[in-house]
Design a protein. Structure first.
Length: 84
């Protein structure tokens, strides 16, 4: 399950936006996320930033700029061929 976070403020670095998303995830779910999915531009910025939160970052093509999904991947994949 992921929490979506959108912050189009061009003056704020991606690390601050990600920190806000992590904080909100903690407030809402009571635990820290273990993964961040984001646009390739933000992923590259975070990878180059030594002050970025220590969270694995994965660039995904289907997310728009300035969007961060923080959370957990489902551990049990759903077989859509048998789900009815």
């Amino acid at each position: 399950m992921f929490l979506g976070w959108f912050d189009p403020d061009k003056k704020r670095p991606a690390r601050d936006k990600l920190a806000d998303a992590i904080e909100r995830h903690l407030e809402k779910f009571g635990e820290a996320p273990v993964l961040c999915l984001t646009h390739a531009v933000e992923a590259a910025e975070l990878a180059a930033d030594p002050k970025a939160p220590p969270l694995p970052i994965r660039a995904v093509g289907h997310l728009p700029r300035w969007t961060f999904y923080v959370g957990f991947e489902d551990e049990t994949p759903i077989d859509v061929t048998t789900a009815a």
